[in-house]
Design a protein around this ligand. Structure first.
Ligand code: SF4
Length: 348
């Protein structure tokens, strides 16, 4: 067991305090923070820091304990999946996608997930633990270094439920947007929750510029309970109230993620129910042609049905787009690869 704090969990202020407590000049803190913010987490690479100071840092904090252990590159669209090992043997993953606007990363917030969604590979793989703020930040900084290119946007939509790890999530956002650190604009960050209402309310009260997305996937409570048993403890009516409140208080549009499963949630009756649910809300629906995985009880939605459903939403005044599928050959969907690796399958 390593009791030392992971180096990326240190804020600029923490490093400064450590330096002053140890009698080092303040500028050393700036140098260390700069190394860490560029994804350098091994002291031997911090070439402008004296060896004695590096030794002291190593004594007090954990360096180099997060590593990229696998890289999978899609032959179809260049999407890159990175798999990391953590100090305690947990494995997490993130996916880097290239858009016209530059690189975007989808990161994990937990090793595994407790929410038990029946269509999700992460839920089937079980729950390890929540990630620290630094381990979330590490996915962005290490992948940026790995890709040798700046990450332009971050989506917290990988393995785990970010609002089940709320304090660390906020810590992560604070560090990622720190102008003295990576300095990413809050509007370039999106957090996706399965709908934990108390946390949505707390998030609303922050009036953050960070984008909010809700994993909806079902237009009625009965179907939601089948697809998302834990999040469905909250009634959809209450969830929609919380979402409306969010759009009212922040003046921002909210996104609903809706994964389509063949003949499950892609019917015209579902489109009708969605229309009622979202009526008058400043929102957008992201349709996802969900991937199947071994043991999944649902089938991938057929192309024709997706088109019919999307048109039905448009006709009902709902702004909906079909999310471009990325990295389908490298199991890029949430949790698929972690599960594969834990089962001894090292991917394709
Ligand atoms: S869909 Fe999201 S919330 Fe549901 S089990 Fe998977 S990772 Fe967790």
């Amino acid at each position: 067991m390593d009791n030392r704090k992971f180096c990326l969990d240190l804020t600029g202020k923490d490093i400064e305090k450590w330096c002053l407590d140890k009698g080092y000049p303040k500028f050393r803190a700036g140098q260390i923070h700069k190394w860490l913010s560029s994804g350098v987490i091994k002291t031997e690479e911090m070439t402008n820091i004296p060896q004695a100071m590096r030794d002291e840092l190593e004594k007090d904090f954990s360096f180099g304990s997060m590593n990229v252990i696998h890289e999978f590159v899609s032959q179809i669209d260049g999407t890159v999946k990175l798999v990391y090992s953590l100090w305690d043997g947990n494995i997490i993953e993130s996916v880097v996608m290239r858009y016209k606007t530059g690189l975007s990363i989808c990161i994990s917030s937990q090793a595994g997930c407790k929410m038990g969604c029946t269509f999700c590979a992460s839920a089937h793989a079980g729950f390890g633990r929540s990630l620290t703020a630094g381990e979330m930040l590490g996915q962005v900084l290490l992948s940026q270094r790995h890709m040798n290119e700046k990450i332009r946007s971050v989506v917290v939509m990988g393995i785990g439920e970010p609002f089940d790890n709320f304090d660390n999530l906020l810590g992560f956002i604070g560090m990622l947007t720190d102008p003295e650190g990576p300095g990413l604009g809050a509007r370039h960050i999106t957090v996706s929750t399965c709908g934990l209402i108390p946390r949505i309310k707390e998030f609303t009260a922050l009036k953050s510029q960070v984008n909010l997305a809700i994993s909806l996937h079902a237009p009625n409570d009965e179907l939601r309970k089948e697809l998302m048993p834990v999040p469905a403890h909250y009634a959809l009516r209450d969830l929609m109230d919380a979402c409306r409140e969010y759009t009212k208080v922040t003046g921002r549009r909210i996104t609903f993620e809706y994964s389509l499963f063949d003949e499950v949630n892609d019917t015209i009756a579902c489109a009708d129910q969605l229309q009622k649910l979202l009526k008058g809300m400043n929102c957008h629906v992201n349709l996802i042609a969900a991937n199947e995985f071994d043991g999944s009880p649902y089938k991938r939605c057929r192309k024709k049905r997706i088109e019919v459903f999307r048109n039905a939403l448009e006709q009902r005044g709902i702004n909906a787009t079909l999310r471009r599928e990325m990295g389908s050959d490298i199991m890029a969907a949430c949790g698929q690869l972690r599960r594969g690796i834990e089962q001894g399958d090292k991917g394709k």
